[in-house]
Unconditional design. Structure first.
Length: 318
């Protein structure tokens, strides 16, 4: 072995060592990262909380205005409202699959598939909305047999049939809302929800107090508010992301939506179904018990929905 080559392979004293010549990147501050994540989570969550309680607030407004009509009307709105919410629960959960699919596509940089997922969700939502409306109209008379008195049974059947008529608009709003959540926009659905609820209160006052239309007026007011809510959000989406506004039934997109959202839909249906069974049992006992249950249930919505909103925001960030 040539000693000269061995000597030349050793670094000279004047040459700096490689371990000191490269500057190591500084690691991110864990506190700063946690603070940034909390800030982003709150930015997403509080508008989601407002949007999520929109449906419950509309039912609460109906409850407050109908309460002046007596226990039979209040019990009917309680039973009919629970039945409507139960019929809508599976589609509500299914639409959450669109949010997850879209947020994953955005995170992966695959933004070309975002319009496909949004349009598939909107198409499925409208189709399921018509199904919910049909089921409500065909099965509303069953509530007449469940209720304790003919008056509360008639009120429940009429309220459920009329309110579920807005099913296509309710679910279209939910589909567009979840799609906007997926791209990080939680404020547009909130604005639509707030304006829809303001309209619902005004129409409740007009139809129930002014026109004396009773339970049917409450349901009609809420239907119009749902239409306005969906229309406002559709206008915002058309202005900001027109490529996502449309209907599509591509098989692979429907399969992806079903695979992602179906478990949540089943979970929602089973959880709310237990409340529906309880409401049915109370409604069959007496009007007063069902009326009290309706008031307590509406108040309870405001205790857990904000926590659900935080989890919704976390699922977008994940």
């Amino acid at each position: 072995m040539n000693p000269s080559s061995s000597e030349s392979s050793e670094p000279s004293e004047s040459e700096p060592s490689r371990s000191f010549s490269r500057s190591e990147p500084s690691s991110p501050d864990p506190l700063e990262s946690a603070r940034a994540i909390r800030g982003e989570l709150l930015r997403l969550s509080w508008p989601i909380a407002v949007s999520m309680i929109s449906y419950a607030v509309m039912t609460l407004a109906d409850t407050l205005f109908v309460g002046r009509l007596g226990s039979a009307a209040l019990a009917g709105v309680g039973l009919g409202g629970v039945v409507c919410f139960t019929l809508l629960c599976f589609p509500f959960g299914l639409m959450r699959g669109a949010k997850v699919l879209i947020s994953q596509a955005v995170g992966a940089g695959d933004t070309d598939v975002v319009p496909r997922h949004a349009r598939a969700a909107l198409g499925v939502a409208i189709a399921l909305g018509f199904l919910v409306a049909g089921l409500a109209w065909c099965g509303a008379d069953i509530l007449r047999w469940v209720a304790a008195t003919p008056e509360s049974g008639a009120a429940a059947a009429n309220y459920a049939a009329i309110r579920c008529s807005a099913g296509p608009f309710v679910l279209a709003y939910v589909a567009m809302r979840e799609s906007r959540y997926g791209v990080g926009d939680s404020r547009s659905p909130m604005v639509s929800a707030v304006l829809g609820n303001i309209a619902n209160v005004a129409l409740d006052a007009l139809f129930i107090v002014g026109f004396d239309w009773g339970v049917e007026g409450a349901a009609l007011a809420t239907c119009i508010a749902h239409v306005l809510e969906a229309g406002l959000l559709a206008g915002i989406v058309r202005r900001n992301a027109p490529e996502t506004l449309g209907i599509s039934f591509r098989r692979e997109d429907l399969r992806a939506l079903w695979g992602m959202g179906m478990p949540t839909g089943v979970q929602f249906f089973l959880e709310v179904g237990s409340f529906t069974v309880l409401a049915g049992l109370l409604a069959s006992m007496a009007e007063l018990e069902m009326a009290a249950h309706q008031i307590a249930l509406q108040v309870m919505h405001f205790t857990f929905l904000p926590n659900v909103a935080v989890s919704e925001g976390a699922s977008v960030l994940a």
